[in-house]
Structure formats: structure tokens, C-alpha cells
Design a protein around this ligand. Structure first.
Ligand code: PXP
Length: 236
């Protein structure tokens, strides 16, 4: 398994003070040197953390790949088509949420999602759909032509008891098997940290984990280089 480092929270720290630091573009360079296989950033419609300038500079400086998280909304779709990131992960987005809540309803908004996938992939961007580990969503995702899904690991990460965690892990295993069978490649992410990530070794077919908050939180004490190295060691 590979590690994509989400740098949104570096931008959050910058935006709360309206300063030019800390720079998520510098964070991306450090994360890559420490072993990240890709850099993930969410260009939200309200631009609350990552700015257009960040993605433009990441496109010029990242040596691995830029994975742009984005809503299926016309304004960001236009930006993504112009920016041509290596990968895009389509996510649901609500302005008042603290972080991405739940997976994309591919089944319920099939045409809109499929059209976005077609436009992005036709433009050279590999598309992933951020979905719950749910059979109906996986079947719909496969029909859009997207290359990847990213399984939402939030319910697994938030499980309050061992029994709940085991049940959520079993859901992820089942979903990964179904996705592979449907011809999809599989990533995962959300809420993963240093104490729950090792359990994901039990989920087959996972290629890459996208992790942000836990890494940036550890970086406050250990430094970003060490925080990324620690996570890479756990997932490899
Ligand atoms: N993957 C997706 C699609 C996300 O929306 C996020 C949160 O921005 C993450 C991964 C990373 O989640 P976390 O910050 O909890 O590690």
C-alpha cells in the first residue's frame, strides 16, 4: 500500500490568520521526500483552506502525483479541467461540514457523476469516486467508467467498540472484493491514524491510503518529515 498525504490542514493553519505561511506547497515537498506517493488537496467551493494558487504551484512542483479532491460542481469542474491534475477524487461537499461527511451518492446522481468522470478522464485525469463501502454504490461507480473508488473509512475509524470496528472492517473487505470484481481499482481514506491504520492490511486490493489530519497533527510535535515516515512504515 502507498500513502497519499492530504495537506489541507497546513492550508487551514495559514487561512485562520490570513498569512502566507505555513505553505502547503512546501509541505508537499517535505511529504514527498519522506516517502509520500502522492499529494492530495481538496479545492473546496468556499476555498476555506486550499486556494487556486496552491493547486497551480503543486502542479508545477509535485514530483509524484497531485490528487485533487473536488465536489461534482460546475465551477470546480471547470478549474479541474484547466488544471489537469494527475488524479481527481470526486467527493460530496456541504459548506457547513467540518470535513467530508459520508460518501458520494453515485447511484442517486448517476448522470452528473458519470458526465464529470467522462470529462475529466477524457482530459487525462484519472478519476476516483469517494464512496461508502456499499454494494449499490460500487455497482454504480463501475458504470460511470471511473478507474478507482476510494472507500470511505470514516465509520471504521469512528467505531466505538471492538465489535463495531470488526463489523466495519468486514464491510470494507467485502466492498474491496466487490469493487475489484467490478473492474475498479481501490483506494481508501478518512479518519485513519497511527493506531488504526495497520488493520487495513486485512482489506485486500488497497493500493493507496489518503491520510491528512493525523499526519499534520503529529507533525506539530514530531515534524512533518518524521510524521510521514512513521505513517509510511506502518502502511508498508
Ligand atoms: N480522502 C478523502 C476523500 C477526504 O475527503 C479526506 C478528508 O479531506 C481524506 C481522505 C483524509 O481524511 P483525514 O484528514 O481524516 O485523514
Amino acid at each position: 500500500m502507498l500513502l497519499g498525504v492530504n495537506i489541507d490542514h497546513v492550508a487551514t493553519l495559514r487561512q485562520v490568520r490570513g498569512t502566507s505561511y505555513p505553505d502547503p506547497v512546501a509541505a508537499a515537498a517535505i511529504a514527498e521526500m519522506a516517502g509520500a506517493s502522492g499529494i492530495t488537496a481538496h479545492l473546496r467551493e468556499d476555498r476555506r483552506h486550499i486556494q487556486d494558487r496552491d493547486i497551480e504551484l503543486l502542479m508545477q512542483t509535485v514530483k509524484t502525483k497531485v490528487n485533487l479532491e473536488m465536489a461534482v460542481a460546475e465551477s470546480v469542474l471547470d478549474r479541474a479541467l484547466a488544471l489537469k491534475p494527475h488524479c481527481a477524487c470526486l467527493v460530496p461537499e456541504r459548506r457547513e461540514e467540518l470535513t467530508t461527511e459520508g460518501g458520494l451518492d453515485v447511484r442517486g446522481s448517476f448522470k452528473r457523476v458519470r458526465n464529470a468522470v467522462t470529462a475529466l478522464q477524457g482530459n487525462g485525469t484519472v478519476v476516483s469516486l469517494f464512496i461508502e463501502p456499499d454494494a449499490a454504490q460500487i455497482a454504480a461507480a463501475a458504470k460511470t467508467g471511473a478507474a478507482f473508488i476510494e472507500l470511505h473509512t470514516g465509520s471504521f475509524a469512528n467505531a466505538a467498540t471492538e465489535a463495531d470496528r470488526a463489523r466495519e472492517l468486514a464491510r470494507l473487505v467485502k466492498a474491496a472484493v466487490a469493487a475489484r470484481k467490478a473492474g475498479l481499482r481501490v483506494n481508501a481514506g478518512h479518519g485513519l491514524h497511527y493506531h488504526n491504520v495497520a488493520l487495513l492490511h486485512r482489506v485486500p486490493h488497497l493500493e493507496e491510503l489518503n491520510i491528512g489530519h493525523a499526519i499534520i497533527a503529529r507533525a506539530v510535535f514530531a515534524g512533518l518529515d518524521q510524521a510521514v515516515r512513521d505513517m509510511v512504515a506502518l502502511i508498508q
